[in-house]
Design a protein around this ligand. Structure first.
Ligand SMILES: *Cc1c(COP(=O)(O)O)cnc(C)c1O
Length: 456
């Protein structure tokens, strides 16, 4: 077998600015040990997120020039709408400025006081929007999805036995919807199997409950289905996607993920009444129904990106470059969520920094260490992002303390990837030199974006 190479050539480059360890020490302190507060220029390899950070293709840039900026009925909208209708099989398409705008609109219409939304795992902005509407978010991830060290093919699956149990306890009328996140971003970028989606859909239909897909990484999920699930080896990604969406009543999407766009999102729906309610909100918060919160040029870039993302040569390179880091980590016994996911490597910070208790935020410590050692920016997905306080003020932690290294699409090359693996290994060797952190400032919602820390 020959090396799997990047399936693109580079037409335009951006410089990387280098810093010394000593400089980074000062920069990290100034950023209150929160990588979100660093200036991007001071980062060498930016793996904070794969959201909106993709490199667009020459075709997408051509689309940007072609964008029709008409306020109403722009040609770019009709191209955008057609691609999404073909992809999802859903008749109604609503453009929004990004994923959370779709969520805000959808949960304002469908959520609310006394309701709940059940998921394999709600992403942070999704959970925040569910809760902001007054509804409760309930995650029912399969048991294997909560054990980082044990590999399995579809660790993003929903626990369908638990779903049936919760439906019985809560009654179908109180359940606003079931939402399946593909791939499961907060749980390791792990895929959901077609069998699981089919079963969840069957249970929902049986009880008259709406089923939605959080489709941010649908193409990566479909590639895993093709690779790992029986019966799909000879099916195209487009046809796998079509089947996946056929089980749902609607979907939300951030085009900043699997659409290679720098901004954008949409809601796609089957139901006309819900669509109308969503459009009414769209007009007050985003814009006219044929542009949502976007420029015509963005609609073009998304339409083209949604087609490019389904090219198998791309997906093969994408998934392979992430798996490669996992293999490097295995050589040193470094703990991470196994197997590696679609868009990111998730280090198991609880095991990696096992000398730091959860209430001293081992994930934040590890994320800071990666920056200090190699100028790599990552994000904590653990007690900082999802921690809550009990009535006595003690920390209630989520099941896992993770650090996510998310790879922008088509941006970094193999030598960047090798460098990242080397830095992780170096931090692992010196892990005992790092101590815990405490929070000195936090906001009431999505606190991880702005929280400030100091060394204990
Ligand atoms: C990024 C993301 C969102 C929110 O999308 P934004 O464009 O960042 O608002 C929702 N769900 C998942 C799974 C995501 O990864």
């Amino acid at each position: 077998m020959k090396t799997i190479i990047e399936p693109f050539r580079i037409k335009s480059v951006e410089p990387i600015y280098f810093t010394s360890r000593q400089q980074r020490e000062g920069l990290l302190q100034k950023a209150h040990y929160n990588p979100f507060l660093l200036n991007a220029r001071d980062v060498i390899i930016d793996l904070l997120t794969d959201s909106g950070t993709s490199a667009m293709s020459s075709e997408q840039w051509a689309g940007i020039m072609r964008g029709d900026e008409s306020y109403a009925g722009s040609e770019s909208f009709f191209r955008f709408e057609k691609v999404i209708k073909d992809l999802t099989g859903m008749p109604y398409v609503i453009p929004t400025h990004q994923g959370r705008a779709s969520e805000k609109i959808l949960f304002t219409v469908i959520g609310g006081e006394g309701k709940c939304v059940i998921s394999n795992t709600l992403f942070d902005t999704t959970r925040a929007n569910v809760e902001f509407s007054g509804a409760e978010g309930i995650d029912l991830l399969c048991p294997e999805g909560k054990i980082p060290a044990i590999p399995a093919s579809f660790k993003g699956n929903m626990d369908t036995a638990a779903l049936s149990r919760v439906i019985e306890e809560r009654t179908p009328a109180s359940i606003a919807m079931v939402m399946i996140t593909v791939t499961n971003n907060s749980g390791g970028g792990q895929p959901v199997s077609m069998a699981n989606i089919r079963e969840v859909s069957r249970i929902c239909k049986q009880h008259g409950i709406l089923m939605f897909i959080d489709a941010c990484r649908f193409a990566e999920n479909c590639y895993f289905i093709k690779e790992r699930e029986e019966g799909y080896a000879h099916t195209t990604i487009a046809n796998i996607a079509k089947e996946l969406f056929s089980y749902a009543d609607g979907c939300t999407m951030s085009a900043k993920k699997d659409a290679f766009a720098n901004i954008g999102g949409f809601i796609a729906l089957k139901d006309e009444t819900i669509t109308e309610q969503c459009r009414n909100l769209l007009i007050i918060t985003e814009g006219f129904p044929t542009y949502g919160g976007l420029a015509g040029r963005d609609l073009e870039a998304i339409a083209i990106g949604l087609q490019e993302i389904m090219e198998e040569g791309y997906l093969k390179y994408r998934i392979r470059s992430i798996a490669y880091i996992g293999e490097k980590l295995d050589e040193y016994g470094i703990p991470y969520i196994k197997p590696t996911g679609g868009h990111a490597v998730y280090l198991d910070a609880k095991a990696f920094m096992d000398h730091i208790p959860v209430h001293e935020y081992p994930g934040q410590v590890l994320s800071s260490a990666l920056y200090l050692e190699g100028g790599i920016r990552s994000v904590e997905i653990g007690s900082v992002m999802f921690g809550k306080y009990g009535t006595d003020g003690s920390l209630i932690s989520p099941p896992m303390e993770l650090v996510r290294l998310a790879f922008p699409r088509r941006v970094y090359t193999q030598s960047h990837i090798d460098y990242v693996a080397e830095v992780i290994v170096e931090v692992y060797k010196r892990r005992k030199e790092y101590g815990g952190l405490k929070i000195t400032y936090e906001s009431p919602m999505l606190r991880h974006f702005t929280a400030q820390f100091e060394l204990i």
